[in-house]
Design a protein around this ligand. Structure first.
Ligand code: FEO
Length: 504
């Protein structure tokens, strides 16, 4: 079968066996640019040459679909942002049919093992197609070298992927590209691949590829997870709920969480296809209990809380706010809520907090006032929540300020910008440290939260119960709380009279 027979629909077929156009690849490989118009010589330059001293570490998924991904256990920060103490896997797959197909490549950090695996699996065969489901460099950094090593391979991708590939790697694939769109198919022998567009899951060029024989969906970043693979490839070979779910959630929420509607759109399409295997670009492969992970994705992407649970996040300098947060958590637990977790916003990486916020139905925020605003780590967390589009949660507030507590109001302003969120209970204000008089307010807040979680609340309201007015001293910033300032009131900090106060 020739290539033209193998590709259906449209006149997008641009597959040729034209010579190498990838100058970046040539440059990166030192000297091979000279072979740019001599693909056979170029191939010869690599024939029989190992990328590094090693052996293949592949695993069969089906008889003709082989996993050739590689794990990186040295990396500290994924995307130079997210701590990944368990490392990460860059997944890549080969399908051996009448034609050979490579699905995505890997990050530049692991190309040695990747080419060892690819060479072992192809076992001397040519590579016919490279399917680029996702162009982000953690999956595309080896494309240039693949094109050099396999000069007859065509690149199957979206037009957007080709543009971004060129931007990142100065790699023009226009004469080797087969551009595909929604529903286009490619016959490779007994298999037929169908391409499903998945823009913004996680970049605009993303697509997924479905194989009709195995029912495998090569799903790009979707259904992926942080964490290196440890020989075990399949989710059913590990205790996923115990050992992987938190990293899968943290991966999804932080990497793709902002794009819930786009994920929902893909899930809708997935519902019309008989998917038997999920092959993501990170983490374990799914061949059993697909409904379990699909349900998680449905919850996360619709911003539906995964658990009836409370996360209490506090930002504290001298312990007063921490004490109030602990008191609220204890009272919530005592009221019968089993799933309560307390986090120090200064000590917990924000990616963990984002993931917990996606999991929990209720979030209690306790922050000191800092530079006349929200404590910086707490503000960063809340702005990150907003950036990730979190919705449909119940929030409660504790604010602290030794002379001018304003963090509660400012946290509320950010929360008000989130979609579908409610406020539970009345904001508790403490001055420096919780005083005995604050105990009642903290108890009432905890009772309101626990009642809301347990579903027997009449106190969950779209808006917070009316708070008393606040009057701010324009001289020193001191805040007086009460409906009205006493006529003879003087600021206890600077001595200014009532004319110096403005309502906050
Ligand atoms: Fe794993 Fe969006 O790249």
């Amino acid at each position: 079968m020739n290539d033209e027979q193998g590709i259906s629909r449209r006149n997008f077929i641009k597959a040729t066996s034209a010579g190498l156009l990838c100058s970046a690849a040539a440059g990166a490989l030192g000297g091979v640019k000279a072979f740019a118009s001599e693909p056979e010589s170029q191939t010869a330059a690599f024939n029989g040459k190992k990328k590094f001293a090693g052996v293949g570490s592949c695993r069969e998924i089906t008889q003709d679909i082989i996993y050739i991904g590689v794990s990186d256990r040295r990396i500290e920060l994924f995307e130079n942002v997210y701590p990944i103490p368990r490392g990460v896997a860059y997944n890549s797959y080969v399908m051996l049919d009448e034609k050979t197909v490579l699905f995505d490549t890997v990050d530049r950090s692991v190309t040695g093992q990747f080419f060892e695996n690819l060479t072992a699996v192809l076992d001397g065969r040519e590579l016919d197609y490279l399917v680029v489901n996702h162009m982000e460099p953690d999956h595309s950094s080896a494309i240039s070298e693949v094109l050099v090593r396999y000069p007859k391979a065509k690149v199957v991708c979206t037009r957007a992927a080709a543009i971004i590939l060129n931007q990142f790697f100065a790699c023009d694939i226009s004469d080797r590209a087969i551009f595909v769109g929604e529903g286009d198919t490619l016959k490779t022998g007994k298999h037929t691949l169908t391409f499903v567009m998945a823009p913004m899951v996680h970049w605009p060029e993303v697509m997924m590829t479905y194989d009709n024989i195995s029912g495998a969906l090569f799903s790009a970043d979707a259904f992926g997870s942080f964490g290196a693979l440890n020989g075990n490839l399949f989710a059913d070979e590990v205790d996923f709920a115990k050992d992987w779910l938190s990293d899968a959630r943290r991966y999804y929420c932080n990497i793709v969480g902002k794009y819930g509607p786009q994920v929902q759109a893909v899930l809708k399409k997935a519902g019309t296809v008989d998917i038997k295997i999920l092959c993501p670009t990170h983490g374990p492969v799914w061949r059993k209990d697909l409904g379990w992970i699909l349900n998680k994705y449905s919850l996360w992407s619709s911003y539906t809380p995964e658990d009836k649970a409370v996360m209490v996040v506090y930002g504290s300098v001298y312990g007063g706010t921490e004490s109030a947060a602990n008191a609220v958590a204890a009272k919530i637990s005592q009221a019968g809520v089993a799933d309560v977790a307390v986090y120090d916003v200064s000590k917990t990486h924000v990616s963990e907090l984002i993931a917990e916020a996606f999991r929990c139905s209720h979030i209690v925020l306790a922050s000191i006032t800092y530079n006349m605003g929200i404590f910086t780590p707490m503000k960063n967390f809340l702005l990150d929540l907003e950036a990730h589009n979190l919705q449909n949660r119940c929030f409660s507030f504790v604010e602290n300020g030794s002379w001018s507590p304003v963090s509660g109001k400012q946290m509320r302003e950010i929360v008000d910008r989130l979609g579908g969120c409610s406020v539970v209970g009345k904001t508790v204000t403490i001055k420096s440290s919780p005083a005995s008089g604050d105990s009642t307010a903290l108890t009432e807040l905890a009772e309101a939260v626990s009642a809301s979680v347990l579903g027997n609340s009449t106190s969950q309201k779209k808006v917070e119960a009316a708070v008393s007015k606040k009057w701010v001293c324009t001289v020193c910033g001191y805040v007086y709380e009460g409906d009205k300032l006493p006529e003879d009131y003087k600021c206890p900090l600077c001595g200014a009279g009532i004319n110096a106060f403005k309502e906050a």
